[in-house]
Design a protein around this ligand. Structure first.
Ligand code: SF4
Length: 733
């Protein structure tokens, strides 16, 4: 290979902002990274994580942390031994074929990741639903954004974020709710700061139980009680109705269902809303006026003169047992005030992972099909079966993330394929997830990193490529599709995820389809993408006007971009027509429901979880760099100083934090941004830093030893943001 210096344009693999990067490389080594000045997400900027990406690809890190060869365990608990790719794929094919033959297709499951590329996702989805005939395909995106999907569909008719990053420059009010944007989407927060500098009148409302760095920058912080979001939004709507701030003409022309919601919110008076949410009445009154586009409460202004409001939201709404209701109740506010479909206005969900959007586009969840089709719709199933060249797509719903591992624990699912994710750390009720994998007859883990908490459960470990080595596309939060390009060859025998899935599918189809033509004739990722593109024809996310060549020539593009279109669409619903049967958006009438596991006498603290500024997910990558531990060097449970005093603790004292599912021990820290009776633990720390045990003695790691698997009945997204815990000072031996 040439040792000349090279530069390769690609995309950051961390968060859903989707920043463009330029990778510098020499021979087989990535030597540097800088922000791509031409990428419309970041215009050259990178945050602490993105700007250190090249260091996570250093030879020392690769040798220590990477999985470089296919490995097989002769028995559970044994050391894995290297095998050839041929042996590995033969065994995987044999074992899956055997389980399918003996127990049927629903005895296998695939658990994927929002960090896979769109092409990877597409092949896995078709492999499970089209070839094997099971809808047991789900992903860690279920833990991230499935409530946003369900919220959009329930109100606007399609899973399509209607706004874009440029709207920050047009908004007068930013309503940031359930998002610590400063930490979770740092470059987007830089753009918010830019917008504020350019327009000092821009005001920011932040809704969060904690005073995060984002909340500290707000003009108005609504520090609500955990899980009381729906009550707050209903209370805001109540005030908007009372003060004549709703846009009656917009409601009449473009929506249905307002009367039922109007009746619903009648009881959410400012006093009642304050009681339910803990937010002072005057703050609720101020927020209602600003959201509706007025400067001051009660200062009437014609609708045309009202200023635009953009909502940004993320896991605080999504990771909830009432996640769909929270999303939809927020969208209700935009519909009621006409704050949608115009510059600077609209509900705008932020995706946590780099390609959660791409996974949604290919239908990579157990209840979805390609191109935003629904599994429950017989017409959609028939369309996808025709596109894939199969007789049918099974109608039976697949298992979503929590239920997939429950089914494995029950013995219903006997073979699991886990790709690019670490459920032994990231899933709630970790004890059950670990027991499920231990019980499963055959577990394949397809991974770039050798040392995740999940790899010890694998019978077969398949080495995958990662950032800087693989090729395909991702879609960011604003529906923008960017290319991901390889700068260096794969290390060891690692292969691309789409390639691994394709080879497995080809081998399996020779067993299951008895010589019929291959459904998986994919020589390149582009060939996969072209098939995906065709599946979008005529759909809300139509990208038939896009190609790899166009992305090469014109850079990242937003969908929809149908054949013949000059550009993608920055903003949706500007004409007030929604993708529903009657073209109208639907108000979502939902009651407020408290958290799934309220605190009580035995478990008197509300535990919240979230991100740190400089770490990513389970730290497989960021945890390899000492400099990223500068801000927060170790896990802590953060408490209000009053609570430390009440519990007889000093900062740094070790504390047992125990929920109904498990217990961990970690140092306490004081944070007066956390309300009394609440606690916060960052989500990243794994067993190298923070281990514990379940009541049944299962070894656990990190905060998900504690979290609850209770989930939203519509989105099936679990309530990772809240569970009840107790705290007890740990005695040193
Ligand atoms: Fe990467 Fe997100 Fe940081 Fe951008 S903001 S550099 S996408 S982690």
């Amino acid at each position: 290979m040439s040792t000349a210096l090279r530069e390769t344009r690609s995309t950051c693999p961390y968060c859903g902002v989707g920043c463009g990067v330029i990778i510098e490389s020499q021979g087989t080594q990535i030597t540097g990274v800088r922000g791509d000045p031409d990428h419309p997400a970041n215009f050259g900027r990178l945050c602490s994580k993105g700007s250190t990406l090249h260091l996570t690809a250093a030879p020392a890190v690769t040798q220590h942390a990477r999985l470089l060869f296919p490995m097989r365990r002769a028995t559970r608990g044994a050391e894995p031994r290297p095998v050839s790719w041929n042996e590995a794929m033969s065994e995987a094919t044999e074992r899956f074929a055997q389980v399918i033959a003996e127990h049927g297709p629903d005895a296998v499951g695939f658990y994927l990741s929002g960090q896979l590329l769109t092409e990877d996702y597409y092949v896995f989805n078709k492999l499970a639903k089209g070839l094997i005939g099971t809808n047991n395909v789900d992903t860690n995106s279920r833990l991230c954004m499935s409530s946003a999907v369900a919220g959009y569909k329930a109100t606007l008719g399609a899973d399509a974020p209607p706004a874009c990053y440029d709207d920050l420059a047009h908004a007068r009010t930013l309503f940031i709710t359930g998002s610590n944007t400063a930490y979770a989407h740092p470059i987007l927060f830089r753009r918010i700061e830019d917008a504020k500098r350019a327009n000092p009148a821009l005001r920011m409302i932040v809704v969060d139980p904690r005073r995060t760095d984002t909340a500290a920058a707000a003009d108005l912080h609504l520090q609500l009680l955990p899980g009381s979001d729906v009550a707050l939004y209903h209370g805001l709507l109540h005030l908007m109705l009372w003060d004549g701030l709703v846009d009656t003409a917009y409601i009449a022309a473009h929506t249905t269902g307002f009367d039922a919601l109007k009746a619903r919110v009648r009881e959410y008076t400012p006093r009642e809303t304050s009681r339910l949410t803990g937010v002072p009445e005057d703050r609720i009154v101020q927020a209602a006026a600003w959201f509706a586009g007025l400067d001051e409460p009660g200062a009437g202004a014609p609708v045309a003169a009202r200023t635009p409001t953009l909502s940004l939201y993320c896991q605080g709404l999504n990771q909830s047992a009432s996640g769909t209701a929270k999303n939809a109740a927020l969208i209700n506010l935009h519909l009621a005030t006409g704050q949608i479909g115009k510059p600077g206005a609209g509900p705008f969900s932020l995706t946590g992972q780099p390609n959660a959007m791409g996974g949604r586009e290919v239908g990579g969840l157990s209840n979805l099909l390609s191109a935003h089709r629904d599994l429950a719709n017989p017409g959609h199933r028939a369309e996808v079966a025709r596109l894939w060249g199969v007789d049918d797509v099974p109608a039976a719903p697949g298992k979503s993330a929590v239920d997939m591992f429950r089914a494995a624990a029950d013995g219903q699912i006997k073979a699991l394929w886990i790709a690019c994710t670490n459920p032994a750390q990231s899933m709630p009720d970790q004890a059950l997830v670990r027991e499920a994998m231990a019980r499963c007859e055959f577990v394949v883990v397809q991974e770039a990193f050798a040392t995740t908490a999940t790899t010890p459960y694998a019978d077969l470990l398949l080495p995958a490529t990662t950032w800087g080595e693989k090729e395909g596309t991702v879609t960011n939060s604003e529906r923008r599709i960017s290319r991901v390009r390889p700068a260096v060859p794969a290390p060891g025998q690692a292969r691309n995820d789409w390639h691994i899935a394709t080879e497995f599918a080809q081998r399996l189809e020779t067993r299951l389809r008895c010589g019929r033509p291959s459904l998986f004739d994919y020589p390149t990722p582009e060939s996969v993408w072209i098939e995906h593109r065709e599946s979008t024809r005529g759909r809300d996310l139509d990208i038939t006007g896009l190609s790899y060549a166009r992305l090469e020539a014109e850079g990242p593009q937003q969908w929809p971009l149908p054949e013949g279109a000059a550009t993608g669409r920055a903003r949706l619903y500007e004409d007030g027509v929604f993708p529903t049967a009657d073209g109208r958006a639907r108000f979502f009438d939902t009651p407020f429901e408290p958290v799934a596991e309220p605190r009580d006498v035995r478990y008197p603290f509300s535990l919240n979880t979230g991100r740190l500024r400089d770490q990513w997910h389970g730290m497989s990558r960021t945890g390899t760099l000492g400099r990223l531990f500068g801000q927060v060097p170790e896990p802590t449970v953060d408490l209000h100083p009053q609570e430390l005093q009440r519990l007889g603790l000093q900062p740094g004292d070790l504390v047992h934090v125990t929920s109904r599912r498990g217990s961990i021990v970690l140092p306490a820290a004081a944070d007066d941004g956390i309300a009394p009776a609440q606690a916060f633990i960052a989500m990243h720390w794994g067993e190298e830093f923070l281990s514990g045990r379940s009541a049944r003695g299962v070894p656990l790691a990190g905060v998900n030893a504690l979290t609850t698997p209770r989930y939203c009945p519509r989105s099936m997204q679990p309530e990772l943001k809240h569970c009840a815990v107790k705290l007890l000072k740990a005695e040193l031996p």
